[in-house]
Design a protein around this ligand. Structure first.
Ligand SMILES: [Zn+2]
Length: 190
């Protein structure tokens, strides 16, 4: 489905239409109108997206190629801490002149609308399993503490002998932590 009117990512290309061989570059910053992405990280609504695009007139339409840069936020898939990181993608698509064949991307009213193209490229580039850092050690399975916050995350073998009697307590599994029993559903008796 196409927007009924040009959106924020639309670029006027009237000067290029049916002038094969002509070329022009454009740059603009536009805020994402909605949240982009459905995973652990996404581009929040209102985040600026910087687009640099080269528009080339070819016989079939307008070839748009360029780069888009923005930031995504979310949480680390291992330790759940907040993540905020840049993402940059390249894109290229031919916006065809309207004709007998339906095209996903077409020149509409002397405009090319880059939004779907840019959004899809960025969403595809978002990490599926984001981490705050490549070697994020995750959470302590016992205490739930974020191991990266503790400089001595690896267990130290030597414990003050006066406390050795307590050492066993820490390794007791927390009840319910790994309980895989299905939840009782009040609507589903039996
Ligand atoms: Zn992490």
């Amino acid at each position: 489905m196409r927007n009924p009117r040009p959106g924020a990512f639309s670029v006027l290309v009237r000067d290029l239409v049916h002038h094969p061989g002509e070329m022009r570059e454009a740059s603009f910053d536009v805020p994402a109108d909605t949240r982009w992405g459905e995973g652990l990280v996404s581009v929040p609504a209102g985040e600026d997206v910087a687009v640099d695009v080269r528009l080339e007139s070819v016989h079939e339409g307008i070839l748009a190629s360029g780069t888009a840069r923005t930031r995504y936020t979310g949480e680390c898939g291992r330790c759940l801490i907040a993540i905020d990181a840049p993402v940059e993608v390249e894109f290229q698509e031919l916006f065809a002149y309207p004709g007998r064949e339906a095209n996903d991307f077409e020149v509409q009213d002397d405009h090319v609308d880059l939004e779907t193209l840019v959004r899809d490229a960025i969403v595809l580039a978002l990490p599926f399993q984001p981490v705050c850092r490549p070697d994020c050690p995750g959470l302590d399975p016992i205490t739930g503490a974020r191991l990266a916050d503790e400089p001595d995350a690896t267990p130290r073998p030597s414990v003050d002998p006066r406390w050795s009697a307590l050492a066993g307590w820490a390794s007791e599994p927390v009840e319910g932590e790994n309980d895989s029993a299905p939840h009782a559903d009040p609507d589903n008796e039996g």
